[in-house]
Design a protein around this ligand. Structure first.
Ligand SMILES: Cc1ncc(COP(=O)(O)O)c(C=O)c1O
Length: 377
């Protein structure tokens, strides 16, 4: 049967994630994968999880398995409020930050509205904005306002250790973006899933702290607890948070209740801080292993970013290289990466690739990068 006639008009804009499609074909346990941005299972708080589950059951019993309020369980909202200095009415729990992105798009965008993005940008966000039939418009040089930007509703940026760039916006860039947003009157979505994972240097103030009246910040437990819990939160002006709250009633009624109590236990007991310190050590070592291997094996003409945190380094090859065309050969030879063009709304960046250092076992960086380098020219 042909089901086309039953689908909504919006469905025509839905495209599957090219990375998820690409990885369907690949058994990453059999190759060196610098591709997926999964957190390392070595950083999950497996030890102590049984005690945390017991503590949740002892404290809350059946309540932990019941529907909860749409904003989130008050115990966790209170912890996040005191940890961030945000008033509780500025906070909304989400079913992780991907939902935060999608729900912002749903609340703010009409078809044809523009979203400004810093390219390359996070694929999952570009996918969501396209689903809402938005125009995705890259910033001009240095976060300047592009010509023919159209009706800009918001800018979407990942200021700390971006996915895929690994770059961090300087304070001056953040201030310039805020000035531009005030001058041209648009909102800013600040996606911050990696902010807590800084391995060197000083934290830079969040955009939300520079312009609380027009910034929504998206945060996630995925990289500081475990992504399987699908738990995140957002902070923003209460009027916007209220619209998100109403929208979420239709989306999923309430964020996962048991997971929120677990997260509250994880935070409140001090386990989050201890686990975060160990995770940062783990990822910093992996980052150094990747950067050292790149320095050792990459031929001249290849450059890469040196991230101060997060999961990714972004490689630029000479202009005539095509990382998408190389991909199948790379897989056959036993190495995976993500072609950089996936992260450009206009399909640019064909000579770039994203390498993730979060997941590969520490002993595998050197042979993986040596193999990758041998395929390049
Ligand atoms: C920049 C960025 N935003 C959002 C997400 C979604 O993460 P989650 O929904 O697990 O919080 C990711 C995941 O990798 C990401 O890199």
């Amino acid at each position: 049967m042909d089901y086309e006639r039953f689908f909504s008009e919006d469905v025509a804009a839905f495209l599957p994630s090219p990375t998820r499609e690409l990885f369907k074909k690949v058994d990453i346990s059999k190759i060196y994968s610098l591709a997926g941005g999964f957190p390392s299972p070595d950083t999950f708080p497996l030890e102590g999880m049984r005690e945390m589950v017991d503590a949740v059951l002892d404290k809350y019993g059946a309540k932990a398995m019941q529907y909860g309020g749409t904003q989130g369980v008050p115990e966790l909202v209170a912890l996040l409020s005191s940890g961030s200095g945000e008033a509780p009415e500025n906070l909304q729990m989400t079913t992780s930050s991907q939902q935060g992105i999608d729900v912002c798009a749903r609340v703010l965008l009409d078809p044809g509205d523009s979203v400004l993005v810093d390219t390359p940008s996070y694929l999952g966000a570009l996918q969501s904005f396209k689903d809402y039939r938005a125009r995705i418009v890259p910033f001009g040089e240095g976060f300047s306002f592009p010509e023919d930007a159209g009706r800009v509703k918001f800018a979407y940026v990942i200021p700390d250790f971006g996915n895929p760039s690994g770059k961090t916006m300087s304070l001056a860039e953040r201030q310039a973006l805020v000035e531009l947003a005030r001058e041209k009157d648009f909102l800013i979505i600040e996606d911050s899933p990696y902010r807590a994972l800084r391995y060197e240097g000083e934290q830079i103030p969040t955009i939300r702290s520079l312009a609380p009246e027009r910034t929504v910040q998206l945060c996630s437990f995925s990289k500081i607890f475990a992504p399987g819990f699908r738990l995140g939160w957002m902070a923003g002006p209460p009027e916007i948070i209220h619209q998100v709250y109403v929208c979420k009633q239709a989306l999923d009624l309430c964020p996962p209740v048991f997971d929120q109590y677990l997260a509250a236990e994880f935070m409140g007991s001090g386990a989050l801080d201890r686990n975060l310190a160990a995770s940062k050590e783990y990822y910093r070592r992996n980052r150094d292993l990747l950067l050292d291997a790149l320095g050792r094996h990459m031929p001249s003409g290849v450059s890469w970013t040196r991230p101060e945190g997060g999961f990714f380094s972004f490689l630029t090859l000479p202009g005539d290289c095509d990382t998408l065309a190389l991909y199948d050969t790379a897989i056959k030879k036993g190495i995976a990466y993500v072609p950089g063009s996936f992260f450009y709304p206009d399909g640019g960046g064909r000579n770039t690739m994203r390498l993730s250092f979060s997941y590969l076992a520490p002993g595998k960086f050197d042979p993986a990068v040596r193999l990758l380098a041998s395929l390049l020219f």
